[in-house]
Design a protein around this ligand. Structure first.
Ligand code: CP
Length: 309
């Protein structure tokens, strides 16, 4: 099994066959991760740098753990504390790291398109996008897909609603691309100020401004964080009012009286987009998403490292 692409820049560039290959390989790695010895020698001669120009808890730890489970050598770089503060460019930083015989780059950056830029300048080094600005977060969408399949079966025909700050969410865009490619029905729900105009025409998703109606429609609700750090103007009145209109609360879940799967990519703003008794309730698979992230990232790294041109 081989991917059609050298890098993982976004779900946009993947074919449905690539997605199936990654999810199938991830299932095999998930089985490895249930064993007493959770390590395989697959990437023993491979060195990977995790280049994080933006904060992360889940993604950074998950990639590092995936690399260690595959027996790769890993280096962790965070922009804070590095020579970036002295004015070194992204390309100079990466070229310096690569000169030390590094094989793959996992990168998170606040600038949309940063990994695409790198891939043009470094065509022979596999680049994995761990989240770029408001563009894509492909491994999050892959682990979300894996987690949906694990809970309720194949994606084709499933109804998935992405709730909240669609405008600023790279998780939303990657999920939309992936779910549509795999035959799921996709809706976005939230306040009109946080949903891009023309999203239906551009991406083929339904739009619903009434959260209760959206939850009544769906099999899965993926609840997104309000990305306050990416908003340079006031797009809703207050967090309290946001919670009243668009928070996934226990009261709302009881009112819809339907089994749906609740997801969240994290970090959660408890009491804003989701209440604790839903985030921690039986319908939530939030921690399974995090668990599955390791197997999915192992699959991505393994398949890219093994790719023959
Ligand atoms: N889901 C996600 O990307 O979380 P982090 O920002 O903690 O990596």
């Amino acid at each position: 099994m081989q991917l059609s692409t050298k890098h993982l820049l976004g779900i946009k560039e993947l074919s449905p066959e690539d997605i199936t290959t990654i999810l199938t390989t991830a299932a095999q790695f998930k089985e490895v991760l249930q064993r007493p010895i959770k390590k395989v020698p697959s990437l023993r001669d491979v060195t990977i740098v995790n280049l994080f120009y933006e904060n992360s808890t889940r993604t950074r730890i998950s990639f590092e753990l995936a690399e260690k489970r595959l027996s790769a050598d890993t280096i962790n770089f965070t922009a804070s504390g590095s020579s970036v503060s002295k004015g070194e460019t992204l390309l100079d930083t990466v070229n310096n790291i690569l000169s030390m015989k590094v094989d793959m780059v996992v990168m998170r950056h606040s600038a949309s398109g940063a990994p695409h830029f790198l891939s043009k300048h470094l065509p022979n080094t596999a680049i994995v996008n761990a989240g770029d600005g408001i563009n894509e977060h492909p491994t999050q969408a892959l682990l979300d897909a894996f987690s949906i399949q694990e809970r309720i079966g194949e994606l084709k025909g499933k109804k998935v609603v992405l709730v909240g700050d669609i405008m600023h969410s790279r998780v939303a865009l990657s999920n939309i691309y992936l779910l549509k490619k795999m035959g799921a029905e996709v809706m976005v729900a939230g306040p009109p100020t946080l949903i891009p105009k023309y999203i239906t025409e551009a991406l083929g998703v339904k739009v619903e401004y009434n959260l209760k109606k959206a939850l009544q429609w769906c099999d899965v609700a993926n609840v997104l964080r309000i990305q306050l750090e990416r908003q340079n103007q006031v797009l809703f009145s207050s967090l309290r009012e946001y919670n009243l209109a668009y928070g996934v609360t226990r009261k709302l879940m009881d009112e819809i009286n339907k089994d749906i799967v609740i997801m969240h990519p994290g970090p959660i703003n408890r009491g804003v987009e989701i209440d604790s008794d839903v985030a921690d309730g039986n319908e939530s698979i939030i921690l399974q998403q995090v668990e599955n992230g390791v197997a999915v990232r192992m699959a991505v790294l393994y398949l890219l490292a093994g790719r023959k041109d």
